[in-house]
Design a binder for this molecule. Structure first.
Ligand code: F6P
Length: 361
């Protein structure tokens, strides 16, 4: 009997269930009755505190199209993993004990950056771990794309589409704030798909003068409205030059006046142009709802490969997609790295050719 553990960790996204289903279906096909799958509740918490459910093939039926996660999830920061919990429990040892007590042959970790760091830690501690690349941010190193990302682009694009019609009717400037504190993939792609005129992402620090210039240029051309897609982590050139601590302080000050950077930008545009500038934040809607067709296929493919890795005994890997081929990257290479938008990224350069302003010039 093969005994498999699964958990979903960190922020949820649209294709977690589809990915678990992909792994499970492939495993059941390979091993029939000779496989038992255990699902840990609320991510690593379930592994720490032995909170789990035994899953059957029926549990994986009908979940391909369902957003969220049937196992629940939670954020268990990597930096706190080596710190004991409130009752003095050694979290890493507790997770290893659960794994061993349940006589698991493998643990699948569906998660983003922090979760894959912990997956790597557990792998280094001797557990058989396979990572599955999740996040709407698409900022995981070692894979071209992550599941959840394309579905989130659809949601964010839809938000921009909805804003477009009302912005045009009222001749207003509108900012749509897109998720992504450190990486601008989602904002860049949804921005282009939604026809945004200005896109601000963390990788390209902006100068508010340039943003205002782009708004005025549109107005001069007779376009009364402007759509700006702003990533949560967008920053000014000045911000980018600050030491981490100073930047943190600057954000604290900013948050006393505004809920987020988008509101500051809106105020600055209004002051400089006299135009009405509104902010819309689709927020967690971007992680919600059902996975789109692309993600359903991707998750099924990634899940299948996850089962293949298990059958070959190849652990300490994260399943990945590179150049349209499903493959894997060692967790040790994934851990601790961030995949941000490179400045020579094709889509970025093409967007510039379309006349989209990034506020940098
Ligand atoms: O990592 C995914 C993500 O949705 C980010 O885009 C966003 O900044 C963050 O999670 C929000 O986290 P939380 O759900 O904990 O508020």
């Amino acid at each position: 009997m093969k005994r498999i553990g699964m958990l979903t960790s960190g922020g949820d996204c649209q294709a977690l269930n589809a990915t678990m289903r992909g792994i499970a279906k492939a495993l059941y096909n390979m091993y029939q009755d000779e496989v038992e799958i255990i699902g840990f509740i609320d991510g690593y918490k379930g592994l720490m505190y032995e909170d789990y459910v035994k899953l059957t093939p029926l549990d994986f039926a009908g979940i391909l199209t369902k957003g969220g996660t049937i196992l629940g999830t939670s954020r268990q920061p990597f930096k706190l993993m080596r710190e004991p919990d409130a009752n003095g429990l050694d979290k890493v040892e507790a997770m290893k004990t659960t794994y061993r007590r349940l006589r698991l042959d493998c643990l699948y970790v569906l998660g983003g950056n922090g979760s894959q760091k912990t997956a790597n830690l557990l792998s280094e501690e001797g557990l058989n771990v396979i990572g599955m690349p999740k996040t709407i941010d698409n900022d995981l190193w070692g894979t071209d794309t992550t599941f959840g990302y394309q579905s989130a682009i659809d949601v964010a694009t839809n938000a921009i589409d909805c804003i477009h019609t009302t912005a045009a009717s009222h001749n207003r400037c509108f900012i749509v704030e897109i998720m992504g504190h450190k990486a601008g993939w989602l904002t860049l792609n949804a921005g282009i798909a939604g026809g945004a005129d200005i896109i601000l992402i963390p990788e390209i620090p902006y100068d508010i003068e340039n943003v205002v210039k782009a708004v005025k240029k549109r107005n001069k051309r007779g376009r009364g409205f402007t759509i700006i897609a702003v990533a949560e982590g967008a920053m000014t050139k000045e911000d980018a030059g600050m030491k981490k601590k100073v930047y943190k302080k600057r954000l604290e000050e900013m948050h006393k006046l505004y809920p987020s950077i988008s509101y500051e930008i809106a105020d600055q545009i209004k002051a400089a142009t006299g135009l009405e500038c509104r902010v819309t934040v689709p927020g967690h809607m971007q992680r919600g709802g059902n996975p789109n067709a692309y993600d359903r296929v991707l998750s099924s493919r990634l899940g299948t490969y996850g089962a293949i890795l298990f059958s070959k005994g190849e652990f300490g890997q994260m399943v990945a997609i590179k150049d349209h081929k499903i493959t894997s990257t060692p967790l040790s290479e994934v851990a601790g790295k961030l995949k941000t938008v490179p400045l020579d990224n094709d889509i970025l350069l093409e967007a510039k050719m379309l006349g989209i302003s990034f506020g940098d010039e």
